[in-house]
Design a binder for this molecule. Structure first.
Ligand code: GLU
Length: 485
């Protein structure tokens, strides 16, 4: 078997969407799994849709995802250039070869003429297909008009009878009656090739062995195979991948507010978690294993595990993966990652970040949720006094007031302010007084945080806040509870 050569061929029309990233991942895996070559090709022949900066975004996203390419615009390679507009002069001669063979023809129909014919077809209730009007021009006339500078395109001459088809690694044999296929434009009036032509020429010239792309190209692939046949080239193996859906009926789409890969990274999803999750969107290892590093995916990936049904992008599942990946970080890694998120909420006050990080690591699902979870350390949030009443902790508003009045002098006497000292002093005082832990520690936590649920309990929060802040919050809570009596 020849060396496997795969390519990811994005058009620079914006950010890399998650479906695109999954295609890139599977394409990369296919190459790495087979000790093959992974190529990046930029398909920019549709200049109207090009978005400035999009190529850099593609590079950036692929790098962040850890998908390195062996050949591509920036790294070069033996079959470059790898940007289609930089190859623009090579397509026309190939199209002319097809014209010579009768598999393509120049077409001079203007936009107005085509629009008029399209309108007539619509009136008759038909879908418009190019009517091969210019196929009947004599070779001489066509040549003359081309030489005279009249604008023209080159169209594929799809046979009017028979069928065209190809074999897909996932979908099996796909075929269509030729009379349903349109005579696609191969070379546009501006001289640039369309995707329909460039993909065939480039995949051939670049020695691509496996073409992986979305199922939106499944219905056009029979036509591409006709082109391979007309050239006498061996077509590559095709692997079309089902779409990534937001739910049972809607496609994932940035326009409808669904996040891109970059968005997810900005939100505080770990790239390892995103990649692991995306790998399983339509592929399964054949057992119930769920966690894979990129390297483990290379080992495990097998196209036999791909599924034909559209994959559903379940954000909760991604968040679950992320939570698990965050738990697996070392304390140092977590601290480094969480620090900017702590800064967002706690800037300007002195808090023991390493200790806070220890308390937060097991509760972090996505980093962008961290600031709201720790903000109470800087600012006491408004809260309802009802929070003090908690059956399980045997705590009422009255008992809370008494408990807070009881702990205040205990805390005030602690010197130096250490977490273990706070723990020992509180526990001893509670035991000696015959009170229940919950009846004291619950209201203390509420008084210090205003929250039912916090990273760590009353003791840890007291230590993080510092003695002065702690006493001050207790005094305010006591005043509020007294006021309400
Ligand atoms: N340029 C096409 C796109 O971005 C890629 C299709 C292909 O991989 O052949 O959709």
């Amino acid at each position: 078997m020849p060396q496997v050569r795969t390519r990811f061929a994005p058009s620079p029309t914006g950010y890399l969407h998650l479906g695109g990233l999954r295609t890139a991942l599977y394409t990369w895996l296919l190459a790495r799994k087979n000790d093959g070559v992974f190529i990046l090709r930029i398909e920019d022949t549709d200049q109207e849709r090009e978005v400035p900066g999009a190529v850099d975004l593609i590079y950036q996203s692929l790098r962040q995802a850890g998908l390195d390419w062996d050949e591509g615009p920036d790294v070069g390679g033996p079959v470059g250039p790898y940007v289609q507009t930089q190859r623009k002069d090579l397509y026309l001669p190939y199209a002319m070869q097809l014209v010579e063979k009768g598999a393509a023809y120049p077409c001079f129909c203007t936009k107005e003429e085509l629009d008029a014919r399209r309108e007539e077809a619509t009136k008759r209730g038909e879908t418009f297909k190019y009517d091969k009007h210019c196929l009947s021009l004599s070779r001489e006339e066509a040549k003359q008009r081309m030489a005279a500078g009249e604008p023209y395109v080159i169209r594929q001459n799809v046979p009017t009878t028979g069928t065209a088809g190809f074999d897909d690694m996932l979908y099996g044999h796909v075929e269509a009656p030729c009379d349903t296929l349109d005579d696609n434009v191969l070379i546009k009036a501006d001289g640039l090739p369309t995707y329909n032509f460039a993909n065939v020429v480039d995949d051939h010239l670049m020695g691509i062995t496996h073409v992986t792309r979305g199922t939106e190209y499944l219905s056009s692939a029979p036509k591409y195979n006709l082109l391979y046949a007309a050239f006498g080239w061996t077509p590559p193996l095709y692997l079309h991948l089902p779409v990534v859906m937001k739910d049972a009926t809607r496609k994932l789409s940035k326009r409808h507010g669904d996040p891109s890969f970059e968005d997810l990274l900005d939100m505080g999803y770990l790239r390892e978690a995103i990649i692991n999750f995306i790998a399983l969107l339509g592929w399964s290892p054949g057992d119930d294993r769920e966690f894979f590093t990129l390297q483990e995916l290379v080992q495990a990936f097998d196209t036999k595990g791909l599924s034909k049904s559209p994959a559903i992008f379940n954000m909760d599942k991604l968040t679950w993966f992320n939570t698990e990946y965050i738990r697996k970080l070392s304390e140092e890694e977590y601290l480094a990652m969480v620090t900017p998120w702590f800064d967002k909420a706690l800037d300007g006050i002195s808090i023991d970040y390493p200790r806070l990080a220890q308390l937060m690591q097991g509760r972090t699902e996505v980093f962008n949720r961290v600031p709201d979870m720790v903000r109470f350390l800087k600012e006491m949030p408004p809260y309802e006094l009802d929070l003090y009443a908690n059956k399980k902790q045997k705590s009422t508003l009255e008992s809370s007031l008494a408990s807070l009045q009881f702990v205040r002098p205990v805390l005030e006497a602690i010197d130096p302010w250490q977490e273990s000292a706070i723990h020992d002093a509180l526990m001893t005082a509670i035991a000696q007084s015959g009170r229940k832990n919950g009846t004291v520690l619950w209201p203390l936590r509420i008084a210090l945080s205003g929250l039912q649920s916090t990273p760590g309990g009353a003791i840890e929060i007291a230590w993080l806040l510092g003695k002065q802040e702690c006493l001050c919050r207790i005094d305010q809570a006591v005043a509020a509870l007294q006021w309400q009596e």
